[in-house]
Write a protein that binds this ligand. Structure first.
Ligand code: NDP
Length: 300
């Protein structure tokens, strides 16, 4: 079998298009422009790249984009004051504090200072609790993107056996919760899981969020299963020249694609969906804040 490739780049473009349509309707019918504020502390190069592309795409879909760039030695008090001002700003519907924060800042404290209704990353403890109890919440962007692709591919996920490899708060746990809410039978595998290959081989849906390059091979995959590869790992690529690198996922693409029914590539799979879902969450937050109908298909 050769797997169907789930094209995250194309899917993300479709989601951004839906967001842009909804933003245009909000402006036309209600005179409201959704606004997203991103707060970056310090000069981590990867974070700067993320923040730039978030800002660019926010503007492209017609939303207001605000960036707060703070020095690496910003005090917790000053950062909390910025978050507070954004919480109070009625033109801002989504707030994202780019992680990781410099070591002297308490991430939990900062994230939990964001108004949960504006917490478009879905990391606030209230949103974690709401998701965990199957209530309306802001859902973390990467797992939301995975869910959208899975729903699109399968239609209903009800009754499928799903294995999520990884139990982080930002990917693994919310992913498992979302699959459970969609009536999958969910197993979470992690570094202490015994006979992990056998566990994964029982899955109709595998979501790998581990951070170990090409760990999952075709032998782990049940024939016909859907494989969602969240991993982004940079490895040496001497074949491309000295000192060159390339990106790979947590799944060995070639061997998994021979067995799976469908698979997301890396790059071009889950990655592009993350920012698309951030935009989707912002428009959802804006609709909720204004008591308007939420865009269909863009929430969990
Ligand atoms: P974390 O490091 O926070 O979590 C990794 C998880 O993998 C842990 O639960 C760990 O288990 C588990 N794990 C580690 N080694 C093994 C192993 N040998 N067997 C089974 N499980 C193992 O990572 P994140 O969840 O933040 O990210 C996971 C991957 O997803 C990374 O490659 C990251 O770059 C990528 N990512 C991609 C995003 C995107 O937009 N596409 C967004 C976010 C992340 P334990 O808890 O027992 O230690």
């Amino acid at each position: 079998m050769t797997a169907t490739v789930i094209d995250g780049k194309a899917f993300a473009a479709k989601v951004r298009g839906q967001v842009a349509d909804h933003v245009a309707r909000l402006k036309e019918a209600h005179g409201i422009t959704p606004g997203l504020a991103v707060v970056l502390v310090g000069e981590d190069p990867a974070s700067q790249v993320y923040v730039r592309s978030k800002g660019k795409m926010t503007v492209e879909v017609g939303m207001k984009s605000v960036e707060h760039k703070l020095d690496a030695d910003t005090s917790e008090e000053d950062l909390l004051a910025v978050v507070k001002s954004l919480n109070e700003d009625t033109e801002i519907h989504g707030i994202l504090v780019q992680l990781p924060l410099p070591g002297h800042l308490n991430e939990d404290l900062v994230i939990n200072s964001i108004d949960p209704a504006k917490d478009v990353d879905g990391f606030h403890i209230s949103n974690v609790g709401l998701l965990g109890t199957g209530q309306k919440s802001m859902v973390p962007c990467t797992p939301l993107g995975c869910l959208m692709m899975l729903r699109d591919h399968h239609g209903s996920l009800s009754g499928l056996n799903a294995v999520v490899i990884g139990r982080s708060n930002i990917v693994g746990k919310p992913m498992a919760q979302l699959l459970l809410n969609d009536s999958c039978t969910v197993t979470i595998a992690h570094s202490r899981t015994k006979d992990i290959q056998d566990v994964v081989r029982g899955a109709d849906v595998v979501v790998a969020a581990v951070g170990r390059p090409e760990m999952v091979t075709g032998e782990w995959i049940k024939p016909g299963a859907t494989v969602i590869d969240v991993g982004i790992n940079r490895i040496d690529a001497p074949e491309k020249g000295e000192g060159k690198t390339r990106l790979v996922g947590d799944c060995d693409y070639d061997s998994c694609a021979e067995v799976a029914g469908a698979i997301t590539p890396v790059p071009g799979g889950v990655g592009p969906m993350t920012i698309a879902c951030l935009l989707a969450n912002t428009v959802t937050a804006c609709c909720r804040a204004n008591g308007l109908a939420e865009p269909e298909g863009l929430t969990a």
